[in-house]
Design a protein around this ligand. Structure first.
Ligand SMILES: C[S@@+](CC[C@H](N)C(=O)[O-])C[C@H]1O[C@@H](n2cnc3c(N)ncnc32)[C@H](O)[C@@H]1O
Length: 209
């Protein structure tokens, strides 16, 4: 791979929201071939299945939806409608071609979110709470656009979980969420190769009170 081409190590080393915009603008068209297929990226399917298993229903907001892999997995499981939110227009352009999303919003989830529909019954996220991307405080903004009783299934890279002290965030949220469970998952499947093939994630599931 050309060392200037976007890749996972570059993605993990991003520092700002603008860095993310630029990397994903350059990566959008090749993301699924060069990253998701090449590394046997199974996390979106795991998040979708865990959401279904916890009893999650639509309308769902897919957070950091990217090219739509998690939304696609959720739609296959029969969950509708699904909206997408992501910082990157370029990633959402690819996602929109899949015709699985009701609405697609370009927005930075580290800031208060302005969507037309502020009452999601489900919130999922795959691969966005990770190194160089989004930290724990964005969860406040997701709670603000969901209704009481909403189901959440958010993946968090396991090292990022410890580095950014997600456990403290969940302690601080104890009066506004319930039934918090932490599911250990593999991010990549058995056909993955390379330095990240054994990387682990946590899928945090909970309900808004
Ligand atoms: C690794 S991709 C994951 C995409 C998709 N969910 C998946 O699993 O394939 C991370 C996504 O997070 C988005 N992202 C990064 N920072 C963000 C922010 N502050 N607000 C919204 N989206 C963000 C990126 O644009 C990118 O599409």
């Amino acid at each position: 791979m050309n060392k200037n081409k976007p890749n996972l190590n570059l993605a993990y080393s991003l520092e700002t929201v603008q860095d993310n915009r630029e990397l994903y603008a350059a990566w959008a068209n090749d993301y699924e071939n060069d990253f998701a297929s090449a590394l046997d990226y199974v996390l979106p399917n795991r998040v979708a299945q865990i959401f279904l298993d916890m009893g999650g229903t639509g309308p769902v907001l897919d957070v950091g939806a990217g090219t739509g892999l998690a939304g696609q997995a959720l739609a296959k499981l029969g969950v509708h409608p699904i909206d997408a939110i992501d910082l990157s227009d370029a990633m959402l352009d690819v996602a929109s071609k899949k015709k699985i999303y009701r609405n697609l919003f370009t927005s930075d989830i580290t800031q208060p979110i302005a969507t037309k529909n502020h009452s999601y019954q489900g919130v999922i996220s795959s691969g966005t709470f990770t190194h160089g991307h989004v930290g724990p405080n964005a969860i406040d903004n997701l709670l603000s656009v969901s209704r009481g009783g909403a189901y959440f299934a958010l993946s968090i890279n396991k090292k990022h979980w410890f580095e950014k002290e997600f456990v403290k965030k969940f302690e601080a949220l104890k009066d506004v969420i319930e039934n918090l469970l932490l599911h250990n998952v593999e991010i990549y499947g058995e056909n993955s190769k390379g330095e990240h093939c054994n990387d682990l994630g946590i899928v945090a599931t909970f309900r808004k009170v």
